[in-house]
Design a protein around this ligand. Sequence first.
Ligand code: ATP
Ligand code: MG
Length: 407
Amino acid sequence: MTEQHQRICLVHYHEIGLKGRNRANFETRLLKNIEAILAAYPIVTIHRISGRLCVFLKEGTSRATALEVTDRLRTIPGVARVSCGFKCERDLQIMGDVAVNALAECEAFETFKVQARRNHTDFETNSMDMNQIIGARLCEAFPEKGVRMKNPDITVGVEVVQNAAYIYARSIRGVGGLPVGCSGRVVCLLSSGIDSPVALWRLARRGAECIGVHFSGRPQTADTSEYLVDDIAHVLEASGCIARVYIVAFGDYQKEIMLKVPPSLRVIMYRRLMFKVAEEIARRERAGALVTGESLGQVASQTLDNIRVTDASVDIPVFRPLIGTDKLDIIDDAQRLGTFEISSQDAPDCCTLFMPRNPETHAKLDDVLAAEADLPIDEWVREIADAAEPHDYKCASYKPRKRKVSE
Ligand code: ATP
Ligand code: MG
């Protein structure tokens, strides 16, 4: 019976302040992002239906595949909720049968209610009557379950539009936020650690197109961290949250700094150079901000004094979405995101290379500038940005520039 009706997933979004042209842009962006992410699934089409997007699955799609599609949908930025169900004829008998099937597919629940809407008054039964008729049919089919008007476990949605009815019951929360591509572009300093993938994801969830920059210790260390970053990028790619990662071989520059700069200032100097390179890549990519996974006081370089001295190396705004987040909460986020296991693997990167025993925790800008004056920083920045290797990931809104621009 169920397999005869076309499966649908209704995608709900509810950002406050979505008005006028903003709303149209948001919907088009979300639709295109979903289309790209679900390209491998049996989708017929995606339409806007009364303030929601409706994903139509091919006839005969199994429940298991529909569940997979729902699981993918809920991770896509901009998706507040996903409801699964069926499209059927505008016939109360059939609608009742389909509602029974939709409710039968829900996991453990005790109470339910029916919420019917009719968008076209050419359907003779009004919403109240539909609630009654379909509600009665469900009570008959599920005598052990209770009807509850306030906060039921499941709300069975019934929507009658011009040529069809949509009926859904299983409903799960999505990650919310805004569709990637709605809020400009940022460059994220992406290590293979736990924090920076979470920081990147936070910005992607607010609609930013994210480009990673990873500083590898190569050629002074192995390239293990580069593979871990690629694995992390693939996890982020599954929900369209990353567009590109630049891999930078940073080892030789660190070695130069190590040879010329007092040990206590080395970490700050590495970081200032990393920021400057990221800023140069942001300029070439037309990105508006940098993003890091720093959290106040977590390690020596993340004191207020040191943050000020690293910030002073660039003009572009630096966002630190995790600055006030506790490590355990970041770990929870990384686990939900699916990057935690990868990030927990050990890999030498530029952070572990040439680390002094006692890094300065309260660096002074004058000392740092004096130490930097002996180094050809601007030349290095250009050279490093020119040599950075781009790796592309699927992100529907991002159009990579054809040629490297090194002006
Ligand atoms: P993470 O878990 O993100 O590596 P962390 O707690 O290890 O962070 P640090 O190593 O001090 O902290 O790094 C702080 C931030 O600097 C990182 O979140 C990241 O944004 C950036 N960063 C550190 N190392 C690298 C790297 N090798 N490549 C790119 N960015 C880096
Ligand atoms: Mg790190």
